[in-house]
Design a protein around this ligand. Structure first.
Ligand SMILES: NC(=O)c1ccc[n+]([C@@H]2O[C@H](COP(=O)([O-])OP(=O)(O)OC[C@H]3O[C@@H](n4cnc5c(N)ncnc54)[C@H](OP(=O)(O)O)[C@@H]3O)[C@@H](O)[C@H]2O)c1
Length: 309
């Protein structure tokens, strides 16, 4: 099969080549991939840490061409959205049936391919935070793939949504159109008393956002886009009036259970136009190096989709 292979001798770290067809385990289906999306984490860290010839790729949408031998999961011909540790950047993917969502017939598989890491992370991090109705929630890195889904889902959940981006003048209108009530440049501009924070950035932004939490507030540490450490000043973790019982929670999507249900629900929302996939770049897989550079250089705000034609 054709696949995007890790190749450290080329600037993007990826080249189009041939790889052996995957052999599904008994609880896996084989999917013919129609589209995949790129995520910051796999592009930034995945390529650097993989051996030459590896087929990476967390997200992929396509059609089942071989059902699971153990009888679990969807039959041949079902349109699906899939998540796994690797193997999405290829014509064929073997994937466990508990990491598959069912996709409505009318959906664009390119749009659906944006869901697994970005949308499922936003959804499950909000679940972890707790109730959203009437709560004030800050989303940092809000212009990114995960952040844009987080803004939309928090708004859908009835929250007062504050979106943070390094460039509010450029991205403010788009973020407000997605549901943000306020757009700010950094957590420093957030009023105190937040109920929740979904943090994609880490570093000083995480420390400041934690400081803005009110009683019972929860910060979910999703991302670390800055790659800076977090240094909390003395007093940051001392209870004070109006700021008691705050928590900081680490988050890892692959640790979440029953992702199949989340993926199916999210696919329905994207297919029906309730959620926008926010595709900022779309191309064939020959063009992957262009998307990789844009993501790494903070020029790509939203999702990058590769159509595997
Ligand atoms: N824990 C998990 O399971 C999980 C799941 C999904 C994603 N993640 C992580 O979450 C983060 C966001 O993922 P993503 O796919 O949404 O990435 P993305 O599309 O690249 O978006 C990240 C956003 O953060 C901002 N940003 C980027 N570099 C920054 C920097 N150096 N300083 C401050 N802001 C910066 C940018 O917004 P502006 O330019 O507008 O400021 C960018 O749009 C990544 O670290 C990713 O690895 C973790």
């Amino acid at each position: 099969m054709r696949a995007l292979l890790v190749d450290h001798s080329v600037p993007s770290g990826l080249r189009l080549g041939e790889a052996p067809d995957p052999i599904p385990a008994s609880d896996q289906v084989l999917v013919r991939v129609a589209a995949t999306s790129l995520n910051f984490g796999e592009v930034r860290h995945g390529i650097a840490n993989a051996e030459d010839g590896t087929v990476l790729g967390w997200d992929a949408a396509g059609v089942v061409v071989q059902a699971a031998a153990d009888g679990s999961g969807p039959p041949v011909g079902t349109r699906v959205v899939t998540l796994a540790w690797a193997g999405g950047w290829a014509e064929l993917r073997a994937v466990s049936t508990d990491m598959i969502g069912i996709v409505p017939e009318h959906a664009d598989l390119g749009a659906i391919s944006t869901i697994p890491v970005a949308a499922a992370t936003a959804l499950r991090a909000l679940d972890r935070m707790g109730p959203t109705l009437g709560r004030r929630i800050l989303v940092t890195g809000a212009t990114g793939g995960t952040g844009r889904y987080a803004v939309q889902l928090a708004r859908l959940g009835g929250a007062y949504v504050i979106a943070s981006t390094g460039d509010p003048a450029r991205h403010g209108d788009a973020l407000r159109a997605l549901g943000a009530h306020e757009v700010i440049r950094s957590p420093e501009e957030a009023d105190p008393g937040l109920d929740g924070v979904l943090d994609m950035v880490g570093g000083q932004q995480l420390v400041t956002a934690f400081d803005r939490l009110g009683d019972g507030g929860t910060l979910i540490a999703i991302g670390h886009a800055t790659e800076e450490g977090e240094r909390f000043p003395f007093g940051a973790l001392i209870n004070s009036e109006g700021r008691q019982d705050r928590s900081l929670v680490t988050f890892w999507l692959m640790y979440c259970r029953r992702l199949d249900r989340s993926l199916t629900w999210l696919a329905e929302q994207v297919a029906d136009g309730v959620l926008s996939p926010e595709i900022a770049w779309r191309g064939g897989w020959d063009d992957a190096p262009e998307a990789v550079s844009a993501l790494l250089e903070r020029r790509l705000h939203g999702k990058a989709v590769l159509d595997l034609t």
